[in-house]
Design a protein around this ligand. Sequence first.
Ligand code: HEM
Length: 156
Amino acid sequence: MSYKVSKTIKGEKIEFKNPSAAFYEALGEDGMRKLMYDFYDRIYESDIANFFPQDLQEFEKIKKKNTNFFIQICGGPKVYEDESRGMELNEYMVRLHDDFSIYEKSRLEWLGCMRQSLEQVDIDQELKDDFWNYVEKFSKFTVNSFADGGKFYANL
Ligand code: HEM
């Protein structure tokens, strides 16, 4: 079964692995850009749109940075690394989200947008499943606010 989601449990160790380079190779740089732009267009219309700049020029910058991050994390050219100022890429990405109060509900909305975008893409389901496993697990690190009112910042 594809697109499974498991719940984020406060303090639980999160195991993840970066997506396979085959995902990026199958999509190519243009395909990756299309996927990420489609994803962010969905985010802009979603219940978590309020987290992001509403100004379209500012939003465009996020789309570009986000695309570069995903190209790099999928084993493509190192087009994002200058942003992370020497920090390991995934570590930097988790800490960047600390500034926002992200609940499980926001993660589910984010994953829902990602699922819809992936469903539009015509490559092997196996490759999409591998990418999904990365975002499904990694997104747990971005959840830092819990229904019990507590905050918890997960470490890699
Ligand atoms: C697999 C999980 C995720 C990954 C890999 C990811 C990746 C990214 C990337 C690459 C950026 C742009 C960073 C930059 O400015 O250079 C970003 C920004 C951001 N992400 Fe995520 N993200 C994830 C999950 C989430 C979730 C679940 C939320 C929930 C609300 C979220 C909210 C945000 C926000 C608010 C920003 C900043 C927008 C701004 O700069 O104004 N992210 N994320």
